[in-house]
Design a protein around this ligand. Structure first.
Ligand code: MN
Ligand code: MN
Length: 299
């Protein structure tokens, strides 16, 4: 399996997880079970009244970020801020409160770095981090961390968001390079918990109804990802926990896509995904990996 195939699978995973989770976003596990028994389709609906296979901000902000990286030739805070601002002007179907507030601030100040605030520890920077993982593959660790912060701080300047973004990027990159799940667990997930015990995800109750708080999101994603063995089970597990299900779905399945690869993604999900989104994700994944290859020698 090539790195590029894994990158395409990660990007499709992001969009599929977003589309599937959005149907049950803000529902409790009990409400989901009563309505669907198990929710495992891209049927749309939900509080946003989506069409089947339609995605939300998690995917469209990632695509906006990815386009800015490709146009600029690297991850750049100002380019990302302009791309997010244009994205917001185009009236997306949903937008997080912290994203809106700090993009409006950017419009006023022109400063692409949001003020540091530990209250801005939502999952909004984490959900769109995939293009950074692809564009900085095989770059130096310092360059990768700097790129994570540049994109994240446009809207979320918080140490917990930073820690989650950097950990997820390193996990995705190791998966893209063919490392095993145990390596991701011991090299990245456990060390995150050592540095920030808030993220502890073992020895606690299964995370249910996870909120948009980045800690809740990471706990649900890690439990679903590390306690299942394939793409399908991982995604179905996490979205049926409800809560911020489009975002937990997006993050869990970008990781699962990178690890398990294209063959692991059920055809029916790939084919139900909105066709324009599917093509954009595939094309961007390839272009970002190519950019990473070209720039790795100098970064
Ligand atoms: Mn969303
Ligand atoms: Mn969400």
């Amino acid at each position: 399996m090539t790195t590029t195939d894994r990158a395409v699978a990660a990007y499709l995973g992001l969009a599929i997880g977003d589309a599937m989770g959005a149907t049950v976003e803000f529902m409790t596990p009990r409400e989901i079970a009563a309505k669907y028994r198990i929710h495992d389709t891209l049927t749309g609906g939900g509080w946003l009244h989506l069409k089947p296979g339609q995605v939300t901000d998690d995917t469209t902000m990632s695509l906006a970020l990815g386009s800015s990286i490709l146009a600029h030739g690297s991850v750049d805070a100002l380019a990302a801020a302009h791309a997010f601002d244009a994205w917001m002007r185009a009236k997306p179907v949903d937008i997080g409160n912290t994203v809106r507030r700090n993009l409006l601030q950017f419009r006023n100040t022109g400063n692409p770095e949001a003020p540091c605030s530990e209250h801005d520890a939502g999952n909004g920077a984490l959900m769109r981090v995939l293009p950074v993982a692809l564009a900085t593959l095989n770059h130096s660790e310092d360059a990768i961390r700097a790129a994570c912060r540049a994109q994240g701080h446009v809207t979320h300047n918080s140490s917990l968001s930073d820690a989650a973004c950097e950990t997820l990027v390193f996990m995705i990159q190791d998966a893209l390079l063919g490392r095993e799940k145990n390596h991701l667990l011991h090299q990245h997930a456990h060390p995150l918990v050592t540095r920030h015990p808030e993220f502890k995800f073992r020895g606690i109750r299964p995370s249910s109804n996870p909120s948009g708080y980045v800690v809740d999101t990471v706990q649900a994603v890690f439990q679903a990802f590390f306690d299942t063995d394939d793409f399908r089970s991982c995604l179905v597990d996490v979205v049926n926990r409800g809560g911020d299900a489009d975002t937990t779905g997006a993050i869990a399945s970008m990781l699962a896509g990178a690890l398990y690869g294209l063959e692991a993604i059920p055809d029916v999900w790939r084919n139900t995904l909105n066709a324009d989104i599917r093509h954009s994700c595939e094309a961007q994944a390839r272009a970002l990996i190519q950019l990473a290859d070209e720039s790795a020698k100098t970064a």
